[in-house]
Design a protein around this ligand. Sequence first.
Ligand code: 1QQ
Length: 454
Amino acid sequence: MRKWTLWIALLAALAVAIGACGGQAAPAAQKAAEVAPTVAAAVKAAAPTVAAEVKAVAPTVVAAAQQAAPTAVAAAAKATEAPKAAAVSGEPVKIGVGVAQTSNVALFGQEQVLGAQIAEAFFNERGGINGRPVKMIFQDTSGDEAGAINAFQNLMNNDKVVGIIGPTLSQQAFAADPIADKAGVPVIAPSNTAKGIPEIGDFISRVSAPVNAVAPNAIKAALAANPNAKRAAVIFAQNDAFSKSETEVFQQTLKDMGLELATVQQHQTTDTDFTTQVTNLLAAKPDIIVISGLAADAGNLIKQLRELGFKGAIVGGNGLNTPNLFPVCKAQCDGVFVAQAYSPEYSSPINDAFRAAYKAKQQKDPPQFSAQAFTAAQVFIEALREVDKKQKLDGMDLAALRKALNTQTLAGQYDTPIGKITFTPTGEINQQMFYTAQIKMDADGNSGRFVFLK
Ligand code: 1QQ
């Protein structure tokens, strides 16, 4: 009997996953087509792959389930099982999600949407905000500052959300966050890692650890794997706040570790042709090249570096921290070192459950940006539960609720997929665990993964 229930659950999860895959990537891919042909082609090309992967999963899941010991199957089912909490009812509590659903920045934003959607379902299955449902309200920021400001204003003034998760880029945060801060709307940055984000204002915090906490790990891992490296070359996107912030950390770390900084090159996040920069980088004869940029530009840069003959180690920053990079540089992405503020392999009840929920939807392990978006949603939801315990949310006016939510957000302790976290009074995350992964592409260059280094 029990076995049959598990089979049905597995097949149902698969059906939901197939449905979800069909619907989501398309609009962002279309918009990306207007911006960078290479990326758009890559994203489009990814669609059939996803479908093929999903088809291939069916027999694999069945076979795996057949082989697994009954206890393992039961345990796996239990991790995804919603506890028997009372069903949520009443007016939903609205949380805003302002991230990039279009433009090249959607290569990150799509992952954030998924993380927030999973959190919404996950916490509603577990009682929502003490019985009231939570609802994520999505507004597309696109990839620039104006889009972020527009989305934030819609969320605050029209949707009347209690708080905002977003925007995707630090470059956008420096423009949009001051507006939310002035209006007294709490913002949790899910992916802004530039120096100075929490300092924008009292209402701004982040779950995305800053560049100085994360970036050095990738250099250390690359040098451990290439102990004879002496000369380094660096390139960064000079029109992007995060890239400028991260390159400072990278350059300092390289010097601290005794490497000679042979050249520092610059590019724009909109560039697709890197001939000049690659020529200059190669002329400096580096053993290691360190890139701070976003996924589309960095992917093309890596491709061109390898095509023009660079054989040394490549380190990428947070802008390369997405599997959506893989269709851009394909087989040439292989071997790139990228530091991580999340590992799907971290074992804890909340991460096991998040990983299982993500896998049920996407047939692969969750990436960092999905885990951080889930974490931002979790922080708001758990803080709202606490606020509601002290004073019922129903009776509070919006301004008072937003203020109380901000205070509670900063005061709480959270056990999340990225580990146990707290905040400093300024809103900076205190996070314990960081990792480094290396990209491993399959020989045909069509699929790949981040392999976590021990
Ligand atoms: C920032 C980043 C980007 C890579 C997020 C997608 O870290 O803009 O701060």
